[in-house]
Ligand binder design. Structure first.
Ligand code: HC1
Ligand code: SF4
Length: 573
């Protein structure tokens, strides 16, 4: 143990503990801006400096360890003044138009400068303006960038994609897309993790809210909105409702108040995806060529973008099933449109998603007999949805919640857990088991594929099914996906079926979810989805009455010709 004194308090901590962590143990929160535990510990911002007796210069506390006998002052006059000047300097390179910034009220720089009581910016503003293609779902505003390097590190260390780099030197140094590429040329998966880890508003999603307002206001359009499983775990985080009271039914009510004509739960089409994907897997598993294993899930568009750019030769191993979002959109413009006596072009199919890559995925074209536009016309992230609620002055504490509309009213717990890592696999195995054995497994029979914490990047499991050994792999986060694929490619590992989600924790940790700087909430949010599953009366996709009805009335059976034309895709297109 190492003994030291911090702000007059004696403390003993393990060797190697950072000064910042030691201070935390005695209840002192040293201010910081760039620090991200285990990801960005490079002291780029220098906000976390402290004074150590006997050392002339101030010391950054995030990347310096404690030493025996140290006497540390975290808030001396010298520290305070230095911090004040540092933040003033950062502000001079930041576009401080807070009133129009999407992160106002949720910005670490704004909070810090308020905490330090900074009332003016001493240095003249020097704003670096770089060109950006604003049609891309990920938007970078260089005049907001504070060069904290978090985006570089998250993309590199967690997602293994190295989209960003630091260019220039000294005061002219700035972050940009690496290798002099444009963002469209880079291999960005659109996971949005650089956005959720940006402390300011330098990285944001393309704002599509105005397009949705226009659709709501158009009397000639039927606006049909689906809500993804993960959105319910996070949309109310910044309100007094808390996560448990922030149900999906209240989201539906909010949407109808804003102008939606029909509201549905993507968990319904997650059940539909399971029907198609589980039967596809059984088919590939029993007839397939061994070299074509594993089959990969295809519902996460961040992952699909990743495999296309990093391992194009494996694209053929993706399930051909469209994602639940796209399946829902396609069913909206066919079966549902018919049922309400409308043409596909009368429908605006909208999806509220925890994800940026879904904005990219929605460009996929729909052929229903002939070209019928897009399955999904418009994708709004959880954050954009919350902004719309605020803009429409809906007091969410007064919402009581309404049911989703008819035809696709029901959904199973298996569909809901799609939003957490391992959920798609677990749901698929429940239905595959039933298809092979003719009876249901206990609903939690495959719960070992769940990841319990941030540390669990890859889960492996083996199951005996009808005398055959089934080898399962599940990865969350693209760095882990790369590890998993590399282990398959070099012959170290063998799997039959693999689920991959681009974001740590799955969709609950999606790049479009509310931002809480410095806390990782994905696994907490995931627990909510498992709780909803446990409390559901229907826990198997194949037992969803509305799923049974859509096969009886429309698709006949999973993987039928009609199902193929509407619910599957060619990933090479
Ligand atoms: Fe997801 Fe999915 S789980 S991809 O994370 O398969 O976004 O929630 O809607 O489509 O169902 C996202 C979530 C979502 C799809 C489903
Ligand atoms: Fe990297 Fe994801 Fe950001 Fe793209 S969205 S730059 S892949 S972190």
């Amino acid at each position: 143990m190492v003994n030291l004194i911090i702000d007059g308090v004696n403390v003993s901590v393990d060797e190697g503990t950072s000064i910042m962590d030691a201070a935390k143990i005695v209840g002192i929160n040293i201010p910081k801006l760039c620090f991200l535990k285990d990801i960005n510990e490079i002291a780029a911002c220098r906000v976390c400096v402290v004074e150590v007796e006997g050392i002339d210069r101030l010391v950054t506390s995030c990347n310096n360890s404690v030493e025996e006998g140290m006497i540390i002052h975290t808030d001396s006059q010298r520290v305070r003044l230095d911090r004040y000047r540092t933040v003033q300097m950062i502000l001079s390179q930041h576009d401080c138009k807070c009133a129009t910034c999407v992160r106002s009220g949720n910005c670490s720089l704004q909070a810090l400068s308020n905490d330090l009581n900074i009332r003016d910016i001493l240095y003249g503003e020097v704003l670096e303006r770089q060109e950006w293609d604003r049609t891309f779902p990920l938007v970078r505003n260089s005049t907001k960038c504070i060069k904290c390097m978090r985006c570089i590190q998250v993309c590199d260390k967690i997602q293994s994609l190295n989209v960003w780099e630091l260019e220039g030197t000294g005061a002219r140094s700035t972050v940009n897309v690496s290798g002099s590429r444009t963002i469209k040329e880079a291999d960005c998966s659109l996971c949005g993790q650089c956005i959720t880890h940006c402390p300011v508003g330098a990285l944001v999603e393309r704002d599509d809210t105005e397009r949705l307002w226009r659709a709501f206001a158009d009397p000639n359009k039927v606006v049909v909105v689906q809500v993804a499983p993960a959105v319910r775990t996070a949309w109310a985080e910044d309100s007094n409702l808390g996560r448990e009271a922030g149900t999906v039914n209240k989201i539906f009510e909010g949407l109808k108040k804003m102008g939606a004509d029909y509201v549905f739960d993507t968990s319904f089409s997650a059940d539909l995806t399971i029907m198609e994907e589980a039967y596809e897997f059984i088919d590939r598993f029993s007839n397939g060529d061994l070299k074509e294993r594993p089959m990969f899930t295809s519902c996460c568009p961040g992952w699909v973008r990743f495999i296309k750019s990093q391992y194009p030769h494996l694209v053929k191993q993706l399930s051909t099933a469209k994602s639940p979002m796209q399946m829902f959109g396609s069913v909206m413009k066919s079966y549902f449109a018919q049922s309400i006596g409308k043409n596909p072009e009368d429908i605006v199919s909208v999806a509220i998603m925890p994800c940026l890559a879904k904005k990219g995925e929605s460009n996929m074209e729909l052929f229903h007999g002939e070209y019928a536009g897009h399955d999904t016309d418009l994708v709004i992230t959880t954050r954009e949805f919350v902004r719309m609620l605020r803009a429409s002055h809906i007091n969410i504490e007064n919402l009581v919640g309404i049911e989703p509309d008819k035809l696709f009213h029901d959904y199973s717990g298996a569909g809901v857990i799609f939003g957490a890592t391992g959920g798609v696999m677990e749901a698929a195995l429940r239905t595959a088991y039933h298809a092979i054995m003719g009876v249901n497994c206990p609903a939690d029979a495959f719960d070992v594929v769940r990841a319990s914490s941030q540390e669990t990047g890859i889960v492996e499991a083996n199951f005996e099914l009808n005398g055959t050994n089934l080898r399962i792999g599940v990865a969350n986060g693209l760095g882990n996906a790369r590890k998993l694929i590399d282990s398959v490619e070099n012959g170290e590992k063998h799997y039959d079926f693999v689920e991959i989600m681009a974001c740590p924790g799955g969709c609950v940790g999606g790049g479009g979810q509310p931002i809480h700087d410095g806390s990782e909430l994905a696994f907490e949010r995931g627990k909510n989805l498992y709780f909803i599953d446990e409390s559901s009366t229907i826990r198997y996709s194949h037992e969803n009455p509305d799923i049974k009805a859509i096969y009886e009335n429309y698709f006949t059976e999973p993987n039928s010709h009609k199902a193929h034309s509407l619910l599957h895709t060619d990933h090479n297109l």
